[in-house]
Design a protein around this ligand. Structure first.
Ligand SMILES: Cc1cc2nc3c(=O)[nH]c(=O)nc-3n(C[C@H](O)[C@H](O)[C@H](O)COP(=O)(O)O)c2cc1C
Length: 225
């Protein structure tokens, strides 16, 4: 089963970002994947307090709605993150998710997964949001696939007129499922090809996703520290 997590980072339900999330979810279903939608606005989320526990622990020390998202990110094969542009950037709730995901970067548990963003603005700021997520994916060892830019003013449903973005969102869903399956096949081939070495060196435990032998960016950085 290929599970794709679709995260709606808009504070309002049923808005323009929601519509693009629906398109992407339809694409996932068309390819036989399983979409799981989480609304950030449903989560009880406290701000990061800078306690630094993420430098040691496996999960953010604050025990609230973030834990649900944390577990969902680990179990998914890929993420599609939807965000409106608020003040030339992402809404505060979604920024909080990025900050509180820090332990996931350090522990490398997102390595080899796939990532994409769907960003909707009235006019300006999409690139700022997409860049932030591309950096997040890069640090997490997530393969960044696509940034879809949609344009819609405040009225709910205005994104219906942006047929290009809607099609891109749908295709992002389909491609992600296909790529995730191919990644699984590559990992399996790598494991089978390296079976004797794996059995003796314990490398199986370290093998992950699309780049089985490449250290994640965080590990590489630690080696250089
Ligand atoms: C508080 C707020 C700030 C916004 N800031 C921007 C902005 O900086 N640039 C822009 O082009 N659109 C801005 N917008 C417009 C939204 O990005 C746009 O209406 C989007 O379609 C909303 O997505 P939603 O329907 O999923 O909530 C802002 C809207 C709100 C409510």
């Amino acid at each position: 089963m290929t599970e794709i997590l679709l995260l709606n980072g808009s504070p309002r339900r049923g808005g323009n970002v929601s519509r693009l999330i629906d398109e992407a979810a339809a694409g996932v279903v068309q390819e036989g994947g399983t979409p799981r939608v989480i609304e950030v606005s449903d989560l009880e989320l406290a701000y990061c307090e800078g306690c630094g526990e993420c430098e040691r622990g496996a999960v953010c020390a604050i025990d609230d709605g973030f834990r649900t998202l944390h577990d969902a990110m680990i179990s998914a094969d890929g993420f599609i993150i939807g965000s409106p542009v608020y003040g030339w950037f992402m809404p505060a709730q979604l920024k909080t998710v990025l900050e509180r995901s820090r332990s996931l970067l350090r522990t490398g548990r997102l390595r080899g997964k796939l990532g994409a963003t769907l960003v909707v603005s009235a006019r300006r700021g999409n690139m700022n949001v997409a860049n932030a997520f591309t950096e997040f994916f890069r640090n997490a060892g997530v393969m960044s696939m696509e940034s879809v830019f949609g344009f819609a003013g405040f009225p709910k449903g205005e994104i219906q007129h942006d047929t290009f973005a809607r099609r891109q969102a749908f295709e992002t869903g389909t491609y992600m499922v296909r790529l995730a399956r191919r990644g699984d096949a590559m990992s399996l081939a790598a494991i089978l090809g390296e079976l004797p070495a794996v059995l003796t060196s314990g490398a199986l435990r370290k093998t992950g996703g699309l780049w089985p032998d490449v250290p994640g960016p965080h590990e590489a950085r630690e080696e250089n520290d």
